[in-house]
Design a protein around this ligand. Structure first.
Ligand SMILES: *Cc1c(COP(=O)(O)O)cnc(C)c1O
Length: 428
């Protein structure tokens, strides 16, 4: 497969953009290759600048659940654009999308729009601190909540891929307010709480971890967090930037039946445009400026184009049978890849929740960051490059989730599994 033009574009980009990319994992660094530059995409396929055609399992890292260039979303954005891209003043669309989110997500009674997942989690944490009057927060090792200072501690994928769990530039005085527990371990949470009694504002968690590969919550984990938070006056925040409208229309909280105090959203609710949101119980959300004193703002928040893309996307997802169909496709792909690996004599540990899945290059169960980090990342890199060469575009890191869209066809599924069979044989 020829990557000549991508290589040239990457050399040029590196002169003017740090590392040649605007978000680190895109650089393919952890798999020891240069990134491919994308020209266009349609449905489940993505095309690079050299004219290569790939089945896409990145889906812009989650948003493209309806497939690329869905006609309804294109029309909504076109129509909106022709009446003005941004006003910095309220529009009806913001209330429409807010109400769709409130109707869908069990914990959300009020919601504020922002422009990225990072802004959503950062603002939710400020609000949790303002509401409780406490400063410390608990997060989980391997969970990623965007790149705000207080959350860039043991943060999974991007950071994990580069082997820097913390970043230079994050002051120790800020990081020390972030306590880190192990995913799926209520014991580790209880220990932190005992040592920091009455000082913890919130626990933030990915209810399905998707930034250390895909790690589902064990039975009782989310329920246990709910109980601990209720007993200790701590706010429980589900970061559903990835899982929201992905694992079910109402997110992981609908799927597992556990209701947090606050929820952060992003990715899918923008239909490919930059959007984030955070919401929760009315008494908490009313502490937010200008209703309350906790400050938060954004020039492009509730942007008309983004709201239109979000509304159009949720209307597609609301269609009967959407989640059932995408789940069946995802099961076929994930199971097919796992059995291809077994037949090749290279068993993997396969995980899947809805249309999120991951092939961990590990023979043992993966249930937290220490078990994820034991994977054979060299073997993964070989597999990744071989799959790319076969025309299958996976995320360029072991510690990422693969996403299936509604537009993946039976032929895509068959071709992906056939490619995986050949690629696993290469790495045995
Ligand atoms: C992607 C992601 C974020 C960050 O969202 P951005 O839009 O990239 O800032 C936060 N939390 C989770 C769980 C995510 O997957």
């Amino acid at each position: 497969m020829n990557h000549e033009r991508s290589s040239l574009l990457f050399q040029q980009a590196k002169k003017s953009i740090p590392g040649g990319v605007n978000s680190p994992v895109r650089a393919f660094k952890s798999v020891g290759a240069d990134p491919i530059f994308i020209k266009k995409a349609i449905g489940s396929h993505i095309y690079d600048e050299d004219g290569n055609d790939f089945i896409d399992y990145v889906g812009s890292w989650g948003p493209m659940i309806a497939g690329h260039c869905h006609p309804d979303i294109i029309k909504a954005v076109h129509d909106t654009m022709s009446s003005g891209a941004s006003f910095g003043a309220p529009t009806e669309r913001e209330t429409i999308l807010a109400n769709m989110i409130i109707e869908a997500v069990p914990s959300i009674e009020m919601v504020r729009m922002v422009s990225s997942g990072t802004e959503a989690t950062m603002s939710a944490i400020r609000l949790a601190r303002g509401f409780t009057g406490r400063d410390k927060i608990i997060k989980f090792s391997g969970c990623y909540h965007g790149h705000a200072d207080s959350l860039l501690v043991k943060a999974g994928s991007g950071a994990a891929t580069f082997g820097v769990p913390d970043s230079p530039g994050v002051p120790a005085d800020v990081a020390k307010l972030t306590l880190t527990a192990e995913y799926n371990s209520l014991e580790s949470v209880k220990n932190l709480i005992t040592e920091n009694i009455n000082t913890i504002a919130c626990i933030i968690v990915e209810p399905v971890a998707g930034n250390m590969g895909t790690v589902p919550p064990r039975d009782g984990f989310l329920e246990g967090l709910r109980e601990i938070c209720t007993n200790e006056g701590i706010l429980l925040i589900f970061d559903e930037v990835m899982s929201g409208f992905r694992v079910a229309y109402g997110g992981a909280q609908e799927l597992y039946g556990v209701t947090p105090d606050m929820t952060t959203l992003g990715k899918i609710i923008g239909g490919g445009l930059p959007v984030g949101a955070f919401g929760g119980k009315r008494d908490i959300m009313e502490k937010l400026s200008p209703a309350g004193g906790v400050y938060q703002a954004g020039t492009l928040s509730g942007n008309p184009l983004a709201m239109s893309a979000g509304i159009a996307t949720l209307n597609i997802l609301k269609q009967p049978g959407f989640y059932k169909t995408i789940e069946e496709k995802s099961r076929a792909i994930a199971d097919g890849i796992a059995s291809a690996a077994r037949s090749a004599g290279y068993p993997i540990y396969s995980t899947r929740v809805g249309s999120m899945f991951c092939a961990f290059f590990s023979k043992r169960e993966v249930y937290d960051w220490p078990t994820a980090s034991r994977c054979d990342t060299n073997a993964f890199s070989k597999y990744f490059l071989a799959m790319l060469n076969e025309g299958v575009y996976l995320a360029p890191s072991q510690f990422e989730t693969a996403f299936v869209s509604a537009s993946h066809s039976d032929a895509d599924i068959e071709n992906t599994i056939a490619a995986a069979s050949r690629c696993f044989k290469l790495i045995v």
